[in-house]
Write a protein that binds this ligand. Structure first.
Ligand code: KG4
Ligand code: ZN
Length: 357
């Protein structure tokens, strides 16, 4: 089975072709990503209108490149998948409409993918991870602990009550005058800093639930920075190191609670799976490794280019759904908001492949 996947929910225009064997193993035939980072950098964040226009301009070429690199034509693919949300609605419309056009002209099934579901299923593409597993999804827009029980069966165990972890990294970077996106910059600065210099809070520490809160940490960092302004290079490095250490401690405590909740409800997870751009952070990876060991499990952390937004994860989620006959009609709507655990509830609405043909 071969599926074309299209991703346009944020600031990456991406397309990929992925193959799924009858045994359920995945193989990436192509994975093309065009980052818009330089177009948004001057604004210190993603500007929705600029993103949507950039997707319109680039998507056709990115898809053509993905098809060429995979060595196949639209006639060869078994389905066309696109991220239908959640995300910046202008970009989502561009990707989903393009997928609909291809599906209509080539008479192929359309698979509308929840972007979060694609992150959640990536471990099965890279490592063939069996269900159920515990997903830690941490990106610029999301911070979630999820029980992944089957395709379309996701239970959110914990989430952030305010900022996402990636957002906290980005805001910290902005505050300290570092570039965008902030995560990699903060990590780089932190390597040369003293993590013990500033006593920052560990929000939600010790709570029984697995929820996160990041906005207080960010505010505390701002107050510390204001106290010692103007900042030297060493101050910036120390602030970054102290911030990153606080996040690492928060992740350890909150995810430990999440894993406890997972085990109580669903038994031992087959793995702890990391996804989202924040999983690129080495200090966070290390603490996830430690947590996985603690619960007698293993950490599955996809390669960096598959942790951040990409087309291959959309194509793979398309494969997983198509294999189960889960496809969508051409009038499926793009969605700015689309919680992961709503997918199970919506399952009844999905049609069978047979009905489509
Ligand atoms: O998953 P992603 O590519 O896009 C979405 O937000 O969906 O994640 C991007 C986020 C940004 O907030 C970025 O600052 C963060 O992931 N990030 C990192 C690192 N690399 C990317 N955060 C911490 N450390 C990193 N090395
Ligand atoms: Zn993402």
């Amino acid at each position: 089975m071969i599926v074309l996947g299209i991703e346009t929910t944020c600031d990456e225009t991406a397309a990929a072709v992925v193959e799924r064997s009858v045994q359920g193993r995945g193989r990436i035939l192509s994975n093309i990503i065009l980052s818009q980072v330089s177009e948004h950098a001057a604004f210190g964040g993603v500007v929705p209108e600029i993103a949507a226009r950039a997707h319109v301009e680039a998507l056709d070429l990115i898809i053509a490149k993905a098809m060429a690199q995979a060595g196949c034509s639209f006639d060869h693919v078994d389905g066309v998948a696109a991220a239908a949300g959640p995300g910046l609605i202008g970009g989502v419309i561009v990707g989903l409409t393009t997928a609909k056009a291809i599906a209509l002209v080539k008479q192929k099934p359309l698979i509308a993918i929840n972007h979060l579901e694609a992150h959640a299923l990536t471990a099965r593409l890279t490592d063939g991870t069996p269900f159920p597993y515990c997903l830690f999804l941490a990106s610029g827009g999301h911070t979630q602990v999820v029980a992944v029980r089957a395709v379309g069966d996701y239970v959110r165990i914990g989430t952030t009550v305010d900022d996402a972890i990636g957002e906290a990294f980005d805001k910290t970077a902005k505050l300290l005058g570092l570039g965008y996106p902030g995560g990699p910059q903060v990590e780089k600065e932190a390597a040369a800093g003293n993590a013990a210099r500033f006593a920052l809070p560990r929000p939600m520490h010790g709570r029984k639930d697995a929820d996160f809160s990041l906005s207080g940490l960010k505010t505390a960092l701002r107050l510390e920075a204001e106290k010692i302004a103007p900042l030297t290079d060493q101050d910036v490095a120390d602030l970054c190191a102290s911030f990153q250490q606080a996040v690492v401690d928060v992740v350890l405590d909150r995810l430990r609670a999440g894993l406890r909740m997972f085990r109580a409800q669903y038994g031992a997870p087959s793995a702890l799976v990391a996804a989202g751009g924040v999983a690129a952070n080495q200090a966070i990876r290390k603490v996830l490794q430690r947590l996985a060991l603690e619960v007698g499990s293993t950490l599955v952390a996809p390669p960096l280019e598959l942790c951040t937004d990409n087309g291959a994860m959309i194509a793979w989620a398309g494969c997983e759904r198509l294999a189960l006959g889960l496809i969508d009609s051409l009038d499926v709507a793009p969605r700015a908001r689309w919680p992961l655990d709503e997918i199970a509830a919506a399952k009844g609405k999905l049609q069978r492949t047979a009905a489509y043909k």
